[in-house]
Design a binder for this molecule. Structure first.
Ligand SMILES: C[S@@+](CC[C@H](N)C(=O)[O-])C[C@H]1O[C@@H](n2cnc3c(N)ncnc32)[C@H](O)[C@@H]1O
Length: 267
């Protein structure tokens, strides 16, 4: 079903209000195709009816699905592996096993990034005093991250030694999937949060991964997100961005130490 400019603008406004993402009208066809199955399952005969549904109190659950459908969740284990190797080397010389260490996968999607970080931290500190928090705007993605049930075809991205140590192949009903072991999961927690107005993340971190999410925002919003993130990075802590992302402008106390890897230093 084609989407009119008015309908596109209505839905785009809801998307902006909830995620901060604003699409250009040249993405109208993509919006229409991502939502077409939702119109059918919610029995809406037009995009305008669907818009009316998601802004109504009864449409709260569908609003979550709308946000999920309109955001891009592509992710995989050990994406940009060199960054994980860098983190391993950096932490190995810096941290003693007993010092608490907090990591944050900001925009964690379905959890692969957070669990990759957790495997490296467990390798370094065993079941010591460390934790990984994953946050994402999509409630559906956060639920999937908590569930930690991944397609077996994606396990190859995990380095062999971690695959052997931490991954469990599903059987019976879970054939064709794998999960990560209990010990890794017990160090990870996931919640819904919006990088533009963080509510749940009110503490600071030694490691922050903010990868492949800035690209969806305009410059002003990117700056707001980066301010929110840097504010929550401890001195001596590391910030990892995606390979096509940058901090855009120089920020006091933030040094580029490797491509797309920044360190917070005391001024
Ligand atoms: C492409 S994924 C990146 C996943 C992971 N960081 C990686 O690099 O593999 C982008 C994620 O950002 C999330 N996202 C979009 N807008 C957001 C916002 N305002 N606050 C938090 N997460 C957001 C999406 O739901 C999506 O799961």
């Amino acid at each position: 079903m084609p989407i009119s400019k008015l309908e596109f603008n209505q839905l785009n406004r809801v998307l902006d209000e909830h995620t901060g993402i604003r699409l250009n009208f040249n993405k109208a066809d993509i919006m229409a195709s991502r939502l077409s199955s939702r119109l059918r399952s919610s029995q809406c005969s037009s995009f305008n009816k669907y818009y009316q549904l998601i802004i109504s109190p009864e449409g709260k659950d569908e609003l979550d699905v709308f946000v999920d459908k309109m955001t891009t969740h592509e992710t995989y284990f050990f994406r940009e592996q060199v960054q994980f190797e860098f983190m391993y080397g950096y932490l190995r010389q810096k941290k003693s096993r007993n010092v608490p260490l907090r990591a944050w996968s900001a925009a964690s999607s379905t959890g692969e990034e957070a669990y990759s970080i957790a495997m490296v931290l467990d390798d370094l500190f065993y079941s010591g005093n460390w934790s990984v928090t994953g946050t994402d705007i999509s409630p559906t993605a956060v639920e999937m991250a908590k569930e930690a049930c991944f397609a077996l075809s994606t396990v190859q991205k995990i380095p062999k030694k971690y695959r052997r140590a931490y991954c469990l192949k599903g059987t019976g009903q879970n054939e064709g999937t794998f999960t990560v072991n209990k010990s890794i999961r017990s160090h990870c927690n996931f919640c819904v949060d919006n990088l533009l107005k963080l509510r749940t993340v009110d503490y600071s971190f030694d490691i922050i991964f903010l990868r492949n999410v800035l690209i969806y925002f305009d410059e002003a919003k990117q700056n707001k997100i980066i301010d929110n993130i840097i504010h929550r990075l401890n001195h001596g802590g590391l910030l990892f961005l995606g390979h096509s992302e940058s901090l855009r402008k120089k920020r006091p106390g933030i040094e580029l130490i490797q491509p797309c890897i920044y360190k917070k230093v005391r001024l």
